[in-house]
Design a binder for this molecule. Structure first.
Ligand code: NAP
Ligand code: ZN
Length: 352
């Protein structure tokens, strides 16, 4: 077993602070990765503060982080995909049963026995899994992704959650040229959704509560920007969208967006506010509209997304921070003050 530096929170009200955790030795199919960058997802904050206690209670101490890129430092004897020195990435999952219908369909994210990168029972060491706010991680090669060589690593890390979570539903619902696509909330997920929808050829409309993000939205690839608190601006888009992706992390009125869908249009929720949302039946009845959810994406699709981003040279717009600034970054995340993802430079963990 290896002793590894990490950042953890001891309770829902504690700040993240430096600690040591154990990582297992590599077994047959394991890849050991030195973590270079780890993105900060709003899910990390929900989990650290136990905001999803009703669905997924947090076990403390928690080491969050599931947007991981790094370099392979060791491989088990049966590993075929990676060798020492390769770039490698890990997202939100580190294991699944590989035998259930979801795994067989390449949708490991829905496996009933899936292991999340953090806060899931750890089959190897007991306790719970620890995520990417750490020096290194050991993961079965099936759950390790290849990073296209042309991508900036700090900006590539957020693809492992924000990238796949927006790519997967857009592919599922047929986002392409000729489709009108809405993106609600210009945060980490939202800004990747804009870039990906634009690269897929769609007409992209951003809905934001932050007037100051308007110029950025256009620069990121949006064709139009709507200030969602302006009812007149919203009304102009009634019954016009093929697809809307809602990536908002807090309570908000989704009925306003259902009304903007055209006949058979779909609104997919990827944002996961802790409290239930209220839905007006007529927003769905009129126009035979549908409302769905989506969770990250399977491993094969995550690799497909990374290769797509490599081909289109897409990465997240990141503010690179040292790990010592993580608590400050969380406070800014709550205020929607991030442009547009924090990426932790893990070299900072060595300075102490
Ligand atoms: P983020 O960077 O904090 O972005 C969220 C954005 O939502 C903000 O930038 C803001 O955009 C908007 N917003 C915030 N508060 C709002 C409010 N009260 N009313 C309306 N809009 C508001 O968060 P993120 O990392 O992108 O994550 C977004 C959500 O997705 C989180 O709940 C996260 O847990 C969830 N998530 C789900 C999955 C999945 O698999 N389904 C994966 C990853 C994350 P504007 O300033 O433009 O309004
Ligand atoms: Zn995430």
């Amino acid at each position: 077993m290896n002793n590894t530096k990490a950042y953890s929170a001891a309770s829902a009200t504690s700040p993240l602070a430096s600690t040591h955790i154990k990582r297992r030795d590599t077994t047959e199919h394991d890849v050991q990765i030195e973590i270079l960058f780890c993105g900060i997802c709003h899910s990390d904050l929900h989990a650290v503060r136990n905001e999803w206690s009703a669905f997924m209670p947090t076990v403390y101490p928690i080491v969050p982080g599931h947007e991981i890129v790094g370099r392979v430092t060791k491989v088990g004897p049966a590993v075929r995909k990676f060798k020492v020195g390769d770039l490698a990435a890990v997202g939100c999952m580190v294991d699944s049963d590989r035998t259930c219908p979801q795994c067989k369909a390449g949708l490991e994210q829905f496996c009933p026995n899936m292991t999340l990168t953090y806060n899931s029972p750890d089959k190897h060491l007991g306790g719970v899994t620890y995520g990417g706010y750490s020096e290194s991680i050991v993961v079965d090669e099936h759950f390790v992704l290849r990073v296209p060589a042309n991508l900036n690593l700090a900006g590539a890390a957020p693809l492992l959650c924000a990238g796949i979570t927006t790519y997967s539903p857009m592919r599922h619902w047929g986002v392409r040229k000729g489709k009108k696509v809405g993106v609600v909330g210009l945060g980490g997920l939202g800004h990747m959704a804009v870039k990906i929808a634009h690269a897929l050829g769609a007409h992209v409309v951003v809905f934001t509560t932050s007037p100051s993000k308007k110029e950025d939205a256009l620069r990121l690839g949006a064709d139009e920007v709507v200030l969602s608190r302006n009812a007149d601006e919203m009304k102009k888009h009634t019954f016009s969208f093929d697809f809307i992706l809602d990536a908002v992390a807090a309570e908000h009125d989704i009925n306003a967006y259902l009304n903007l869908l055209r006949r058979d249009g779909n609104l997919t929720l990827v944002g996961a506010p802790p409290k239930p949302l209220a839905i007006a039946a007529f927003g769905l009845i009129v126009g035979r509209r549908s409302l769905s959810g989506s969770s990250i994406g399977g491993i094969a699709e995550t690799q497909e997304m990374l290769d797509f981003c490599g081909k289109h040279n897409l990465t997240a717009d990141v503010e690179v921070i040292p790990i010592q600034k993580v608590n400050e970054a969380y406070e800014r995340l709550v205020k929607s003050d991030v442009k547009y993802r924090f990426s932790i430079d893990m070299a900072s963990l060595k300075e102490r």
